[in-house]
Design a protein around this ligand. Structure first.
Ligand code: HEC
Length: 132
């Protein structure tokens, strides 16, 4: 089971590529990471008042992702301004942190996808009539 999950996570990284451009598809977390996420990252990354780039806010993550995974990993492990070392996840390894980061930087999986900047522009025009 673990092996299959690890393979799935690996596949996600392969699909996303390493060239820094954002992933368009949602990233799913396995149950272990989902629990970790809820207890650690989500406490800040779903609370705008903390100053953290908000989960699934594509625009907020874009310039962060542009730094490249190595810099981002370093900032996650060492901490970066308001970002605490390891994001308060003491059991997280590098792959866990990167998976959590890519989860937050990608559109949400189960709720309607967050708007990309292009969609946002067109959606703003239709917003008033949006009954859903
Ligand atoms: C105590 C609040 C807090 C927690 C918990 C937290 N973060 Fe953050 N994180 C922040 C803040 C605030 C920033 C913005 C720092 C800045 O740019 O000044 C940030 C930034 C980041 C960045 C971008 C760093 C960069 O170089 O731009 C990544 C990646 C990140 N967090 C990942 C995570 C992950 C993964 C977790 C969970 C394991 C996590 N964070 C948990 C507060 C938190």
């Amino acid at each position: 089971m673990r092996g299959a999950t690890a393979a799935a996570i690996l596949a996600l990284f392969v699909l996303q590529g390493c060239d820094g451009h954002e992933a368009a598809a949602p990233v799913e977390l396995d149950q272990r990471l989902a629990e970790i996420y809820n207890h650690t990252c989500a406490t800040c990354h779903t609370d705008a008042e903390t100053g953290a780039p908000q989960a699934h806010d594509i625009a907020a993550w874009k310039p962060r992702l542009a730094q490249g995974d190595d810099v981002l990993l370093d900032h996650m492990v060492e901490g970066f301004n308001g970002m605490p070392p390891l994001g308060q996840c003491i059991e997280c390894g590098a792959d866990d942190l990167k998976a959590l980061m890519h989860f937050m930087a990608a559109p949400a999986a189960k709720t309607p996808p967050e708007k990309t900047s292009e969609e946002k522009t067109s959606e703003e025009k239709t917003k008033k009539g949006d009954a859903e």
